[in-house]
Design a protein around this ligand. Structure first.
Ligand SMILES: Nc1ncnc2c1ncn2[C@@H]1O[C@H](COP(=O)(O)OP(=O)(O)OP(=O)(O)O)[C@@H](O)[C@H]1O
Length: 595
């Protein structure tokens, strides 16, 4: 079994066929160049190899099974799809650390790979300040993190300067010499002719060439005679009759292989055919590539050749790690499967290293406590004018916790950002390549988000409550303590409410995939729907007040019974149920969709 095997791999986007019945094997100990023009289907094929896109039909295996089944993905396959897929606010170290942690790779490895790609000096610089060439190096560093036996790289040369290209060639050659499997896509034939041992050429989704480079060069790189004549038909038949091979160039010219210039000239002279041009030119591999992949070129699918397996990889520590395929390799046995705890730690690093996350938490704490103080102050000013009924119904806890709306939105945004920031920056692809189990990735995001929101909600609620009650007490207005009926529950509720709001945001974020879309949806849920509710005839306004998720959830803060709203726990239950429905549908969508 080859490290990468595609069988009849097909991907359709609607009517368009991006990859059309492609079959190939990639062997260890070689650099395999995957060549094609823009839009030929290279990236789609590589994304299917990495489990980021689901084949419409056919299959592709990595290390003998689907990519999703790898036990420690980064230590088995290193990949680079899009070098620009980084959080601009994250440093090079943080970018790698988040990936490394998810697969239980130690921090020491980060310095090593950064040094090995020449980025040691900028380890603490933000990736947003990097040139494209530096980003390619960072992407390669990410691919090398787990010292994997298989490398899958999509156009890694883009943006590299000449020195970088030479360095990259050397790196690929070294990797192959160590027995690793290297699959690298490109649209540059010339580059691949010096880097690759084996060639796969894809055009309009179909595999056109599957050959070793030496054979391809022998077949396509040679001298040929270019002939221009007003009577190409006659000369062509004479050339073919003399054993030459003809390749049409345009209406009046063709190229001849297998005969030399004087022979072709002699044939023309003897037949009395006028010649306008007779020249010997070297046919480059680039020419061959352009002709083979010309739009609409006549083509048949390349035969699926049985690929003999070369000797086992040389390096002990680059052997396959899939259980059952490791042949008792001690290096494989040392690699533990990815642990959920590590994925959570990786999510925490992502949170810390993307600028909006910590800012939102700080802002929420200030806004939560600040709005409580503002409400306390305005209540204290108005309290002397309250009539008897107003004083009887006065609920100091509820007044203080009115800032919950701000927290509900900020925590919702925080939850949404856990996924939308990944889609926005494109880091969702490397994240999923590192953690292909989508349930576990989303669960880790949910747990991290919930933990941060719970802490923030409790801190903002308790801080706001204590500061607000102290202000009321100082101004001689009735106030609550944590021992007052319902007050502790309301403060605890602040944490629960923030947590549910964050999970709601996360679910919405998975659906919208864009931060703007998620924020608009959250604002609609928070303000638009309850705001326009009263414009409709009863009983809709009453129902919305009681059962709309954000309104119902707010009842957790109510300390005096109110017939218009649900009981505190019932209300929070409605909000939890609605959030669970949104989150459940998000999980289903996340499992199903490509990337
Ligand atoms: N998500 C998608 N939805 C619709 N069409 C898509 C999608 N992804 C790719 N395609 C189409 O599939 C075809 C192959 O695209 P792909 O990105 O695989 O090409 P490529 O060979 O990698 O090109 P490039 O060198 O420009 O990256 C293109 O026609 C592209 O427009």
């Amino acid at each position: 079994m080859s490290p990468i095997e595609a069988r009849d791999l097909t991907k359709r986007f609607g009517e368009a066929v991006a990859v059309d019945g492609v079959t190939f094997s990639v062997r260890p100990g070689e650099v395999t160049g995957f060549l094609g023009r823009n839009g030929a289907g290279k990236s789609t094929t590589l994304r299917m190899i990495l489990g980021l896109e689901r084949p419409t039909s056919g299959s592709v295996t990595v290390d003998g099974g689907p990519y999703a089944d790898l036990v420690a993905p980064l230590q088995q396959v290193g990949s680079l799809l899009d070098a620009r897929a980084v959080q601009p606010g994250a440093t090079a170290t943080d970018h790698l650390l988040a990936l490394a942690r998810s697969n239980g790779i130690g921090r020491r490895r980060i310095g090593e790979v950064l040094d090995s790609v020449g980025l040691g000096e900028v380890a603490r610089k933000r990736a947003g300040t990097f040139s494209l060439g530096m980003l390619q190096r960072l992407g390669l560093a990410a691919a090398l993190l787990g010292d994997p036996p298989i490398l899958v790289l999509d156009e890694p040369l883009n943006g590299l300067d000449p020195e970088g290209i030479i360095w990259f060639r050397g790196l690929m050659r070294r990797m192959a010499a160590e027995g690793r499997t290297v699959l690298v896509s490109s649209h540059l034939m010339t580059e691949m002719s010096v880097t690759a041992d084996r060639l796969l050429i894809i055009g309009e989704g179909r595999l056109l060439v599957d050959s070793d480079m030496v054979t391809f060069q022998r077949e396509h790189e040679h001298e040929e005679i270019r002939v221009r004549t007003p009577d190409p038909q006659s000369l062509r038949s004479r050339v073919v009759g003399a054993g030459g091979t003809v390749r049409d160039l345009d209406a009046t010219s063709f190229a001849v292989s297998g005969l030399d210039g004087p022979t072709v000239g002699g044939l023309a002279l003897r037949a009395g055919i006028e010649l306008h041009e007779l020249a010997s030119v070297r046919r480059s591999l680039e020419d061959a590539f352009m002709e083979l992949t010309a739009p609409g070129a006549q083509r048949a699918p390349a035969p699926a050749r049985p690929v003999p397996m070369p000797a086992r990889p040389v390096l002990a520590d680059v052997s396959p790690t899939r259980p059952g395929l490791s042949d008792g390799d001690p290096a494989a046995l040392e690699r533990p499967a990815t642990r959920f705890r590590d994925i959570v730690r990786s999510e925490l690093i992502k949170f810390r290293s993307t600028r909006p996350g910590p800012l939102i938490v700080a802002g929420s704490l200030i806004a939560g406590a600040g709005s409580a103080l503002l409400f306390a102050d305005s209540t204290a000013r108005r309290y002397p004018d309250f009539d008897v009924d107003e004083r009887r119904l006065f609920d100091p806890t509820l007044t203080i916790l009115r800032g919950r709306t701000v927290l509900e939105v900020t925590m919702g945004v925080l939850g949404a950002l856990a996924v939308t920031s990944e889609y926005g920056a494109g880091t969702i692809a490397p994240s999923l390549a590192a953690v292909p189990d989508r349930d576990r990735l989303l669960a880790a995001k949910a747990l991290t988000t919930a933990g941060i929101a719970l802490g923030t909600g409790l801190a903002a609620g308790a801080g706001g409550f204590l500061a607000g009650q102290a202000l009321l007490a100082r101004r001689g207005v009735p106030h609550d303590t944590l021992r007052s009926p319902g007050s502790a529950r309301a403060v605890l509720g602040s944490g629960l409410h923030a947590t549910i709001a964050a999970l709601l945001g996360l679910g919405i974020g998975v659906h919208t995939r864009s931060t703007a879309g998620a924020v608009s949806t959250l604002f609609a849920a928070e303000w638009l729907v309850p705001g326009i509710g009263p414009a409709f005839p009863e009983p809709l306004p009453a129902l919305l007040t009681k059962y709309w998720l954000t309104e119902a959830g707010a009842s957790i803060f109510v300390t005096r019974p109110d017939p218009e709203v649900l009981g505190p726990w019932a209300g929070l239950g409605v909000m939890t149920g609605s959030t669970a429905a949104v989150f459940g549908s998000a999980l289903a969508a996340f499992r199903r969709r490509d990337v």
